[in-house]
Design a protein. Structure first.
Length: 564
């Protein structure tokens, strides 16, 4: 009986152990060394297998699946540079908390550092970015099956957020001998195979980081900042802030409904800053604040205390305020710290900064007036909610468009919004959006920039056969126009920052068999998207807009609102 048979038994046990921790999706790239893992995943009827020929896109596909399902997702790749291509998605998962298990096949130790083909040093390749790492030994019957499942159970129970890298060496032969040899090794686990429970159970207590003197603090003048949260959390935070009478400043990812829209415009107004300077407590839910003015105010505000509530460990406060980092579930924290008025018959606290409503309305009026009758990047950001599919979801990329949506738009409360705002890179955005759609089977609107689309172009193949309609809007402003906001010399800005490519995406859509449209007006865009929602396929909509229109519009509106 050869290594190939035992490699298979080892991999079968490994995948089965992972499935006992809620892992349902496995993303697989082609490769020979990973054959035991690939065949084991395909044979396990508990698992849904996804494939992609590009490991960089594959990692982001898994990231999107985990974002939307809120479950762990596995990735299987072969050895060599295939492993290195997972780095961006692993970093993103570790920053934003998605649980992604990276199973990297490897050469056995005797093939390291001797000139063997496709053999690189994979142990520790991701440095400190994984939240958990396992370097498995070469499969051998000398290691009991209970050891393998115990190691997996322990690491999965400890994986509350972020990436797990599991390096899996396999010695040849990898093929042949399909008979069920070495079954007795697996049967060491007895009736475990008939259950769906882990071998080693390690329940983790769900602890809420309570503030003992909350009754004291809720009588203060507070400001609520809302960063990246789930739809349910966003709605709950908005209700909580309203009951306390505290102004809520939420970004596009907060899903709070942004009760004070256009914050990135009015926060620059000196009158507004005078009002907010009265805040005695700032409470931030979630990280990933987007707007530049919000980030500037957050950095320089000086309340008595600054609290951050987020389930991801770490300080998450670049400004190093005095206060509290409360690492726990946001909904659980809200339940433990209700808004209770001192007056028994009152339903909520009296708002203390109602003037901010007026300033927000003034900013919205400026935006409405400035964009009346216009069609471009800024208009799409301002009116984006009109394009959203009913009972659907939104994915927003990392280019100028997300800043425009944050500054000019207002999304419905509780409407699901996804993004990659950990490292905020432009890599893997199409593949992440594909993962989000596959996890939920909901109609999905994705909005990204032209360079972002080019960077992940081959992942358009993942959008070929969606389970629900997908509309991918590519805002083609001919380069990275977010850099046009930088005070760099014009010639250097175009050559080294914006990098205009002079491309059109109609041929890309045709190459991957996607529908394509390039509307020239808001009516054309709206009608095209409404039609797309009625068809179970993917439509790539290219918005060819003037290069600097979006950036210049934002700058103009900032000046107007600051002078009010």
């Amino acid at each position: 009986m050869s290594n190939s048979a035992f490699n298979r038994r080892w991999a079968e046990l490994l995948l089965e152990a992972l499935s006992r921790h809620g892992l349902r999706h496995v993303c697989i790239a082609p490769g020979s060394r990973s054959t035991p893992l690939t065949i084991a995943a395909a044979a396990n009827n508990k698992l849904i297998c996804h494939t992609h020929f590009d490991e960089r896109g594959l990692g982001h596909l898994a990231l999107g699946l985990s974002k939307a399902s809120r479950e762990p997702v596995a990735v299987i790749v072969t050895s060599g540079t295939a492993v290195a291509n997972l780095y961006p998605s692993l970093i993103e998962a570790s920053l934003t908390g998605e649980r992604v298990v990276f199973l990297t096949a490897d050469r056995p130790p005797e093939l390291m550092d001797c000139g063997a083909n496709q053999a690189i040093r994979q142990n520790g390749i991701f440095a400190s970015h994984p939240c958990q790492t396992i370097s498995l030994p070469r499969p051998t019957v000398d290691i009991p099956a209970s050891w393998l499942v115990s190691v997996i159970d322990h690491n999965m129970a400890s994986l509350r957020h972020g990436a797990l890298h599991m390096n899996c060496p396999f010695a040849e032969p990898l093929y042949g001998n399909e008979e069920p040899a070495y079954k007795e090794w697996q049967q060491q686990l007895g009736d475990w195979w008939k259950s769906n429970e882990p071998w080693l159970s390690q329940p983790v207590a769900n602890v809420v980081a309570e503030v003992p003197d909350w009754n004291y603090w809720q009588q203060k003048k507070g400001v609520v900042l809302a960063g990246r949260m789930s739809a349910e959390e966003g709605v709950n935070v908005a209700k909580w802030a309203k009951a306390l009478g505290w102004p809520l400043i939420g970004n596009v990812l907060s899903q709070t409904g942004q009760p004070l829209p256009c914050a990135d415009l009015w926060l620059d107004n000196p009158h507004v800053q005078e009002i907010l300077a009265q805040a005695q407590l700032v409470v931030q839910f979630g990280f990933s604040l987007i707007g530049k003015r919000l980030l500037q105010w957050q950095a320089k505000c000086q309340p008595q205390e600054f609290w951050i509530i987020d389930p991801i460990p770490g300080r998450l406060d670049p400004a190093n305020h005095r206060g509290k980092k409360l690492t726990c579930d946001i909904t659980d924290w809200l339940l433990a710290h209700p808004a209770q008025s001192r007056v028994p018959w009152a339903q909520s606290h009296t708002p203390w900064a109602e003037e901010l409503i007026v300033w927000s309305e003034k900013a919205v009026n400026c935006v409405r007036t400035e964009l009346a009758g216009k069609f471009g990047e800024a208009t799409v950001a301002y009116r984006l909610r009109e394009l959203l599919p009913e009972r659907g979801q939104l994915f927003v990329g990392n280019s100028l468009i997300i800043r425009l949506i944050d500054a000019l738009g207002q999304l419905p409360a509780g409407y699901p919004v996804y993004s990659n705002r950990g490292a905020s890179g432009i890599d893997g955005l199409i593949s992440t959006a594909a993962g989000v759609q596959r996890a939920t089977a909901k109609p999905t609107l994705a909005v990204i920039g032209d360079l972002s689309a080019l960077y992940d172009l081959n992942s358009l193949v993942l959008l070929r056969y969606p389970s629900a309609p997908i509309v991918l809007i590519v805002v083609n402003n001919n380069g990275g126009q977010i850099f046009s906001l930088l005070p760099t010399p014009e010639e250097a800005r175009q050559r080294f920052y914006c990098m205009p490519q002079q491309v059109s995406f109609d041929h890309a859509a045709a190459m991957f068999g996607l529908k394509y449209a390039s509307p020239q007006s808001w009516i054309e865009l709206q009608q095209g998207i409404e039609q797309a929602w009625r068809q179970n396929e993917t439509t790539l909509i290219e918005l060819k807009v003037p290069e600097r229109e979006g950036a210049e519009c934002l700058q103009q509106l900032l000046k107007q609102v600051a002078m009010l």
